[in-house]
Design a protein around this ligand. Structure first.
Ligand SMILES: Nc1nc2c(c(=O)[nH]1)N[C@H]1C(S)=C(S)[C@@H](COP(=O)(O)O)O[C@H]1N2
Ligand SMILES: [Mo]
Length: 561
């Protein structure tokens, strides 16, 4: 636990901006609509993703670099580090990312990639117990971990890493996508192995929970992915966004360059899927939906044009339109060529403080393909489903989007409503999300060290609608007694424009009689700036789609004195 405290200091800020091995943002073809033909969307041919080794506490790996610093090879350090480390080195064997992905256990050796380099880090991990965090990236790129811990500029770490170099990454795999034209999912981007898929076609995955609490900004490659359809292959040079006001019949087409000409607006915003934490609700009674854990959420900076500026040029202004909704369509289409779609109320779209943006950057880089390249709408404070990726069309209308996802999905219902009685017209579409929180560490079943009668607990909390987290309460006795957390970490934005999440840390006392092996139930609830808090249990909020799963997060752990 001590190393964790030190790590906190190292973590500090996210440093972005390096080229990425695992996530490609390059594309060379125009968007690939699956016009007409009904394709088999369930076929399960896929590149081999590696298994992910056990998650847990400790990150001694990143802190023990001095051990090897002496033995490190004499590569150029300082300004040239990015050129020297991970650069192509002649005379070394070449490996593909698929080969790297097959090395995820001590027995098979643990490999990782960084830029052009392939590394065998088995000995390093063996010599340094507590390297659990890097184990989560076994068989993949180490890069997002360096973003997470902000140490990738440290020449010591890079020097050590370079001593484990065993080969070069096949040139075609340095920033690649997999190409198989016969499969609608044949042009998917390559994902980081640390993302744990709950479905592959379409691709849906969340990162290991403990990583989330390590950085206020979630690195792009570790940001959860929620796709309903194949990822479209969009060429930025020929990309066009269509705009249409159904009331005035004004129309317009914008290129990426046109969108970039608007004043660049940057916000920090959390995006969360309505189904985040669904797997806990499922324990009450089965629900329909992907079984998300607690990590279908992430926090990023997003830059782009403000939607209200763009709509103004279409003649749509606050107080001067009778429109009620703004609809969005994606460039991803189903087998019948219907695009993904959603809408938001016009008030949110036109609010100059609403911060809705047509984003072309995520954490300072072009938005990765999985997250909407080249343009996605970011509707801060509003459920993930309305943050339409690969934005193809904006329609100003008197009506909501008639897309499936707006009308017949992403709605809440009472616990008695089942699939025989449900009438989707009776519930409003989810927009702003309620307050939620989760423990990221320790994990369910972990053995946790007690120090001076206390255990360390960390996690996230967030509320929709721009509400700020003002307090997070943690209990170590199943909710009988509570203690407010010591540390809340967030960006500086204020209610009602606090779009980003809050990370929290606390040391919570355990009961007097506790001893090694005692089991305790940790639970957490957050309070937002409107003093809303979370429901106590899932039985009371159960709904057939398993959305809005924001009851207290409960985690059973064993104590170790
Ligand atoms: N075009 C399009 N936009 C989309 C989706 C999609 O499938 N297609 N999924 C939505 C849902 S349900 C969520 S939760 C978020 C997920 O965003 P992410 O994959 O960047 O995390 O994107 C939303 N926008
Ligand atoms: Mo979602």
């Amino acid at each position: 636990m001590l190393s964790r405290l030190v790590l906190r200091r190292v973590v500090g800020r996210y440093v972005g901006g390096t080229a990425s091995v695992g996530g490609s943002v390059r594309s060379t073809h125009h968007q690939n609509h699956q016009q007409g033909e009904a394709k088999d969307y369930t076929q399960q041919k896929w590149w081999s993703a590696a298994t992910i080794l056990g998650a847990g506490a400790g990150a001694a790996f990143w802190l023990s670099y001095n051990y090897h610093a002496e033995a490190a090879s004499s590569l150029t350090v300082g300004e040239k580090e990015e050129e020297g480390f991970g650069a192509y080195r002649s005379g070394l064997p070449e490996y593909t990312l698929d080969e790297v992905a097959r090395h995820t256990t001590i027995k098979e050796r643990i490999w990782m990639a960084y830029r052009h380099g392939v590394y065998d880090v088995t000995e390093f991990i063996a010599e340094h117990p507590g390297g659990d965090k890097i184990m989560m990236g076994a068989g993949g790129s180490v890069e997002p971990f360096w973003a997470l811990y902000a140490v990738h500029k440290n020449p010591h770490v890079l020097n050590i890493f370079e001593t484990y170099r065993i080969g070069n990454l096949a040139a075609a795999d340095v920033g690649t996508s997999v190409s198989d034209m016969s499969d609608p999912y044949g042009k998917e981007p390559r994902r980081h192995v640390a993302l744990k898929p709950s479905s592959r076609k379409p691709f849906n995955a969340e990162p290991p929970l403990p990583l989330l609490a390590d950085s206020l900004i979630t690195p792009n490659e570790l940001f959860y992915v929620r796709n309903h359809l194949p990822v479209p292959d969009v060429d930025a040079a020929s990309y066009e966004l269509e705009l249409n006001d159904e009331l005035s019949n004004n129309e317009k087409t914008l290129t990426l360059q046109d969108i970039r000409k608007y004043p660049k607006h940057t916000i920090t915003a959390t995006i969360m899927c309505a189904g985040n934490r669904r797997s806990e609700m499922t324990k009450v009674k089965g629900v329909k939906g992907l079984s998300w854990g607690q990590a279908a959420i992430g926090n990023a900076t997003w830059s782009g044009a403000r939607l209200c500026d763009v709509l103004k040029d279409l003649g749509v202004e606050d107080g001067k339109t009778d429109a009620l909704h703004v609809q969005f369509e994606g460039l991803d289409t189903d087998p019948a060529s219907m695009p993904y779609g959603a809408s938001i109320p016009i008030e949110k779209a036109l609010d100059s403080h609403g911060d809705v943006i047509l984003a072309y950057e995520m954490n300072g880089e072009p938005i990765p393909r999985d997250h909407g390249y080249p343009v996605r709408v970011v509707v801060p404070g509003v459920v993930g489903a309305r943050n339409v990726k690969w934005l193809g069309r904006i329609i100003v209308s008197k009506n909501e989007s008639d897309a499936h996802w707006q009308q017949n999905d992403y709605k809440g219902f009472a616990p008695n409503v089942d699939w025989d009685t449900v009438d989707f017209k009776k519930s409003p579409a989810i927009q702003e999300l309620p307050v939620i929180s989760a423990v990221c560490e320790p994990l369910e079943g972990d053995q946790v060290e007690v120090k001076e009668g206390k255990i360390k607990v960390r996690g996230y909390a967030w509320s929709g609608g721009g509400r700020k987290i003002v307090r997070v309460d943690v209990s170590s006795d199943g909710g009988h007694t509570w203690q407010a957390t010591d540390t809340l970490e967030s960006d500086s934005s204020r209610h009602p424009h606090a779009w980003g999440w809050t990370l929290w840390t606390t040391e919570v006392p355990v009961g007097k009689g506790a001893k090694t092996g005692s089991e305790v139930e940790l639970c957490v609830k957050a309070v937002d700036s409107q003093y809303n808090t979370q429901p106590e249990n899932f039985a009371n909020i159960w709904n057939l789609r398993g959305v809005l799963a924001n009851a207290y997060h409960r985690v059973q752990v064993k104590l170790k004195f």
